[in-house]
Design a protein around this ligand. Structure first.
Ligand code: SAM
Ligand code: SF4
Length: 448
């Protein structure tokens, strides 16, 4: 997970789990075929998993190339402008393939589908079906399945039978961060009942799932019938062999949850807690609802509870009004918190958000410099922290089996990404010695 980039998904995808169905590429001539392309965060990866099951139930074989597909589904992200530009590029290419008679139908789903801009895109690119994140289930009818009636998306079946699975515990977001389009495209928070989540996890575990990631835009804001997120996490940790959660909001993060990460064996010792800025002034402009000191205190609790754990964050550079002094405070917070990784985003104005109309636009050159300064600080810290792991023996969960190079990709209990020399299949555990470390990944060899 130790990646640091401005181009990475909105929240870290745990070692980019291969979606089910990938690799099961079918010949285009056999029956109907569909290709799903996913852009963005884990929520979108998970929504794609659900759509994948619908198309499979409808008799479509999944293919990986547009030119082999009768139906192409673009499941999209709207968080930053460059995400939209990328999708436009794909839509242009799909129009060309459609003119050549190769692709028959195109569906646009996800966050762009929920945005007003989707109407213009539908007309410009002749898109056959546009669905938002709230009505993804309507794809069922489009592909010839009986109409699904649903109150909200999380009750759609998740991934089954894989060694790792996402489980959505809530959708939407009740915050109104100045820069963020998510509340507009994903709506207000809706939490699933605890029993339903636990039953789904039990079902997944019975089917072979070994690693469960609880998903939501602000998972720690989850509450239902008097229960809070920590109650849900503890209940899941009783039935799942390994559980992680993302993404969290500092205002909702309880000390109790941070301590549970350290105490409970089945919870991965890894916390993703987006801070966005180290400046109280900017945090206020962003409407984040906490000050830098409160964030630091929470990190103190986490470090004490899980000294070996990994900590990651999201940071926005160049939000309108950000001064050199604000930036310095972000650098100071990064130094103090010693993050293991971070997703650093250059501010991207989103139409309909408050920040898009704020004065004090920061020039591209300044944004670029600040981005590099934060990146350098994060990487130096991460490198230093990773060096401390060298020589240790770790139990590693294998996520992806060995490639031709003989290296499998796994994760330690502290949440470090590891390249490990082993032929063990995905879903197994191996013990390995950490031999070296870079800023993003550890390198280990299997001990038997
Ligand atoms: N709900 C999570 C939270 O509040 O921390 C994050 C969800 S958001 C989809 C993921 C990240 O994208 C945010 O933490 C923020 O850093 C970044 N982001 C959102 N809107 C942005 C924008 N307009 N420009 C740049 N980065 C943005
Ligand atoms: Fe967006 Fe803020 Fe909600 Fe996160 S908490 S999804 S950044 S509005």
């Amino acid at each position: 997970m130790n990646s640091t980039s401005s181009e990475t998904p909105a929240a870290p995808i745990p070692l980019s789990r291969k979606p089910p169905g990938q690799g099961r590429t079918h010949a285009p001539s056999v029956g109907k075929t569909a290709c799903i392309r996913t852009f963005g965060c884990q929520m979108n990866v998970h929504d794609s998993d659900r759509m994948r099951r619908m198309i499979q139930d409808a008799g479509y074989a999944e293919v990986q190339r547009y030119e082999d597909a009768d139906l192409v589904i673009l499941n999209t992200c709207y968080v930053r402008e460059n995400a939209v530009d990328r999708v436009k590029g794909h839509l242009g290419e799909l129009n060309r393939l459609r003119r050549e008679g190769r692709v028959k139908k195109v569906a646009l789903t996800g966050c762009i589908g929920a945005a007003d801009e989707s109407r213009t895109l539908q007309e410009t690119y002749n898109i056959d079906l546009v669905l938002g994140t709230h009505n993804t289930y309507e794809l069922a009818e489009f592909v010839g399945l009986p109409t699904m009636r649903e109150t909200y998306t999380p009750e759609l079946p998740g991934t089954e039978g894989e060694h790792s699975a996402f489980v959505t515990i809530m959708t939407g977001c009740n915050y109104k961060c100045s820069y963020c389009i998510v509340p507009t495209v994903r709506g207000r928070m809706i939490c699933r009942p605890l029993d339903g989540v636990v039953a789904e996890v039990e079902h997944l575990v019975a089917g072979g799932t070994k690693y469960v990631t609880l998903l939501g835009q602000t998972v720690d804001a989850w509450r239902h019938e008097g229960k809070r997120f920590c109650d849900l996490l503890e209940a899941v940790s009783e039935v799942a062999p390994r559980v992680w959660f993302t993404t969290s909001h500092p205002s909702n993060m309880e000390d109790r949850t941070l301590r549970a990460i350290g105490e409970r064996d089945t919870i991965v010792k890894r916390l993703h807690l987006p801070v966005q800025s180290g400046s109280d002034r900017m945090l206020k402009v962003m409407h984040r609802g906490y000050k830098a000191e409160r964030y630091r205190r929470k990190i103190g609790v986490f470090r004490e509870a899980a000294p070996d754990g990994t900590l990651s964050t999201d940071i926005i550079v160049g939000h309108p009004g950000e001064t050199e002094e604000d930036h310095e405070q972000t650098l100071k917070l990064v130094e103090d918190c010693e993050f293991d990784s971070a997703y650093i985003f250059k501010f991207s104005p989103r139409r309909g958000t408050e920040a898009a109309d704020l004065p004090g636009v920061v020039s591209d050159a300044v944004v670029q410099r600040r981005f590099l300064e934060v990146l350098r600080e994060i990487e130096q810290n991460a490198f230093k922290r990773n060096q401390r792991k060298v020589g240790g023996v770790e139990e590693i969960f294998v996520r992806h089996g060995a490639t031709e190079s003989g290296k499998a990709i796994g994760e330690t209990w502290s949440g470090h990404a590891v390249h490990v020399d082993t032929a063990a299949p995905p879903g197994s555990y191996v013990r390995a010695t950490i031999e070296s470390a870079g800023p993003h990944v550890l390198y280990a060899s299997h001990m038997n």
